[in-house]
Design a protein around this ligand. Structure first.
Ligand code: FES
Length: 126
């Protein structure tokens, strides 16, 4: 099964299950079992569809996003490396809180994720 066939399965299966538009890229494998409830969140302002129970890292990877943070010294991209909470290469800002591991953070409806530069920035309440 090629990617466009998989994508069409996801679109037909999820068409009425989630709010928001289907994003152009969804690299999830076809799966006939039950996923969690379909939700959406944003990453750098882009709407990302996900399923409850997925990590932020998994959801972003499914949408083709491989770089999650940028180092401050050499401006090098970092992404999922260990995918089990050890390397800290997947740090992102979630709802204004920096330095959270995307591979250890579960998606939540409406959450705001930002890719992180260096040590990140706290978003202070106004
Ligand atoms: S990928 Fe290593 S801590 Fe998240």
């Amino acid at each position: 099964m090629n990617h466009s066939e998989q994508q069409s399965i996801h679109e037909s299966r999820d068409g009425d299950a989630a709010d928001g538009p289907q994003t152009a890229c969804d690299l999830r494998v076809a799966f006939d079992g039950n996923r969690g409830r379909a939700i959406s969140f944003t990453c750098d302002g882009r709407e990302i569809r996900a399923y409850e129970g997925e990590t932020v890292a998994a959801a972003l990877m499914a949408h083709g996003q491989r770089s999650l943070r940028t180092t401050s010294r050499e401006s090098q991209p970092r992404g999922i490396f260990c995918n089990m909470g050890i390397c800290f290469d997947c740090l992102v800002e979630i709802d204004g809180r920096p330095n959270l591991r995307a591979c250890q953070s579960f998606v939540v409806q409406g959450m705001r994720v930002r890719t992180q530069y260096g040590v990140g920035e706290w978003e202070l309440p106004t």
